[in-house]
Design a binder for this molecule. Structure first.
Ligand code: NFS
Ligand code: SF4
Length: 657
């Protein structure tokens, strides 16, 4: 058995360190302990194990020893590419389901069957317009219904192209995908076809399988990210800048604490409402009120629109319970560790599942549908109130750690702030700064934390290094939690920024009455990766270039989730370079690896040649940042822009733009 890591080796977050120490003292096992106990299987870790039929599992040793084909004759490259496609499908499917769930809720709301209202009618009009829906002289609910039906078409139509791709895709990229025959028809059809092509005896061509992976990236991007964000903004409001608190110190021993965890804001928005309305019941139970805290991306959704504080990110989700003050953890879908139930059983916390397709043995279930949203939310809040009396004071220990951080940077908010500098042409100040080199490029830090990795270290180190070199950093998902907790979303983090970047952040901040914009801009949850994508589309269209020509990168230093891979693939399809700091499990095939990383020297196609962007796999955050800066400079040169004097001259070239 491997040696257990110390709490400092597990996380750089002092609150996580304190609670993990407490958990270990109380004999409570968490994901960090299980990560120490597990040894990764070398075959699985390199993608060479095939389990797609009952003849197998077949595994191919990449060192050439033993059988070199599966029993069916599948080659090493086929097996690795097929496994990779399966991962991308597992990433795209939950995001597409997210889009569909929200579309259904919008439809029911518009038809008066679900208790939601349209909080941003202006966005509704813009989205309807973009989708080619007539808005003139029509009622809000009538337009909302038409938008919802257009969204649902993207899960039903048998011919054509995803409506959301036609609407949100950059025209130049769409033309490229069309030329390659990659345009998805409907998300469900594509996902079913993807599962079919990975089934035994179907697609065996590694290149075709990887192209199938790109389709999954597009499905994730348009039926998952863009659709979810657009419809959620319509229903719950488009985020504006908000100051909120992060980390375990947001728990309140005097109040009834409810953690909302998962991804869909459909239920959690209602819990916000009912936590306020049932306050008198909480007071009657002897508490000082109800305190809602967020975990993972539900946390991000509520943070962005409601300023609800965030307790923690993915890898430390169980530790919120270890504080001993959590009356209930409500979960919907995605990134919910089944382990929360074992931890909850050591305290008084009730785990409440809410979707019929996401249950956990031992947890209680309150069935949620948009039409019973109010009843479900009330029932959940009342359960939490009832649990307050069961709290064991001997087990209560809340770390005092918390940080203030800004969030709420939707594209609308960013453009709004920029227009304080230039009302006629809001993007001009940003573009001028990029052209002059004051801002060297833009990076989106996305993705997760991972119990096998030292929590926050990769996310924070990559961010600091990029900031130092004047890269404007935006962030989403759990990586945004890492940055917020370590002062990269408040004024303190400005010390990490290079001079040029700091001057721009201050100038824009001053124009909107702040001392400065924060060093990194929180753009939301993982589905909100649509927001940086929209920003890039706007910038590229203004400059009349392809998104892939812009000096921009995406990076997920600490990911655990296939969703991060499918989001990354979406950006790769645009020609954006994407760094991943955790192995994407393709190393077993040199062919697959080099096709993705653009390192193949033969005349055949690779990602870089096809789209002008490639996968960068690098576990060391400093080297990763250096490689990203290198690519940023390469793209600056190709655009004829100045390059910082400290930039190394790369031997790399941009192949296909
Ligand atoms: Ni994204 Fe959000 Fe967090 Fe990772 Fe999971 S919560 S959808 S997958 S772990 S960022
Ligand atoms: Fe083995 Fe082929 Fe079956 Fe995979 S599909 S388990 S390689 S026989």
């Amino acid at each position: 058995m491997k040696k257990a890591r110390t709490v400092e080796e597990v996380s750089m977050d002092p609150a996580v360190q304190q609670l993990l120490t407490k958990a270990r003292q109380e004999g409570v096992e968490t994901a960090f302990d299980r990560a120490d106990a597990h040894t990764a299987c070398g075959f699985g870790a390199t993608g060479v194990c095939c389990n797609h039929c009952l003849e197998g599992p077949c595994r191919i040793a990449p060192n050439g020893k033993g059988p070199q084909r599966g029993i069916c004759g599948a080659s090493l490259d086929t097996i690795v590419a097929r496994n990779f496609l399966m991962k991308l499908t597992e990433g795209a499917a939950p995001h597409a389901e997210h889009g569909r769930e929200v579309a259904l809720a919008l439809l029911e709301a518009a038809e008066g069957k679900a208790p939601y209202e349209i909080r941003d009618p202006q966005k509704l009009l813009r989205v309807a317009d973009g989708l080619g829906i007539e808005t003139h002289g029509r009622e809000v609910n009538e337009i909302a219904r038409a938008v919802a039906l257009k969204a649902l078409e993207d899960f039903q139509q048998q011919t054509g192209v995803l409506n959301w791709l036609r609407y949100r895709g950059q025209k130049k990229s769409v033309a490229k995908w069309e030329e390659l025959g990659l345009l998805p028809v409907n998300a469900h059809l594509e996902i079913a076809q993807s599962v079919t092509r990975t089934a035994m005896g179907c697609d065996a061509d590694p290149l075709n399988l990887l192209l199938g992976g790109l389709r999954m990236g597009l499905v994730d991007g348009y039926s998952g990210l863009h659709m979810s964000t657009d419809l959620q903004d319509i229903l719950f409001g488009t985020p504006t800048a908000v100051k909120a608190e992060y980390n375990m110190g947001v728990l309140d021993a005097k109040k009834i604490n409810i953690a909302v965890h998962g991804h869909l804001p459909l239920l959690s928005e209602k819990i916000v409402t009912w936590a306020k309305q049932l306050r008198h019941e909480a007071l009657a139970a002897g508490s000082e009120g109800i305190n809602l805290v967020g975990v993972c991306c539900t946390g991000n959704e509520l943070l962005m629109r409601q300023g609800v504080p965030v307790a923690t990110s993915f890898s430390s989700q169980e530790l919120v319970i270890v504080s001993g003050v959590l009356e209930a953890m409500v979960v919907d879908v995605q990134c919910i560790m089944p382990g929360i139930q074992q931890v909850a059983e050591c305290y008084h916390t009730e785990i409440i599942t809410t979707l019929p397709y996401v249950k956990i043995p031992g947890a209680n279930h309150v069935d949620f549908h948009p039409d019973n949203a109010d009843e479900a939310a009330q029932a959940i809040v009342r359960r939490a109130i009832a649990n307050y009396g069961k709290r064991n004071p001997d087990k209560v220990a809340i770390p005092t750690v918390k940080t203030e951080a800004y969030a709420g940077f939707s594209v609308e908010q960013i453009v709004g702030a920029l227009s304080a500098l230039n009302e006629q042409n809001p993007l001009a100040p940003l573009l001028d700064a990029i052209v002059s080199g004051q801002i060297r490029g833009v990076a989106a830090i996305v993705g997760c934390t991972n119990p096998r990795e030292q929590q926050n270290v990769g996310n924070v180190a990559v961010a600091r290094e990029l900031l130092k070199h004047n890269v404007l950093v935006v962030a989403t998902g759990c990586s945004a939690h890492s940055l917020a907790k370590h002062d990269l979303m408040n004024e303190k983090g400005l010390e990490y920024c290079g001079e040029g970047l700091r001057a721009v952040l201050k100038a824009v901040g001053n124009a909107v009455g702040m001392e400065s914009l924060p060093p990194t801009l929180h753009m939301g949850s993982c589905v909100d990766n649509s927001r940086p994508a929209d920003l890039l589309t706007t910038i590229a269209d203004t400059l009349d270039v392809h998104i892939g020509q812009l000096p921009v990168v995406g990076t997920c230093p600490e990911t655990h989730s296939p969703k991060a891979l499918s989001i990354g693939t979406y950006f790769l399809a645009h020609g954006v370079d994407v760094h991943v700091g955790v192995s994407p499990q393709v190393k077993g095939s040199e062919w697959v690896t080099q096709t993705l990383t653009g390192d193949r020297t033969d005349e055949e196609l690779n990602l870089d040649k096809l789209f002008g962007g490639k996968l960068i796999y690098e576990t060391d955050p400093f080297l990763a940042a250096q490689k990203m800066l290198d690519r940023i400079d390469l793209k600056r040169r190709a655009l004829g822009l100045s390059v910082a004097s400290d930039a190394p001259q790369s031997e790399d070239t941009v192949e296909h733009l």
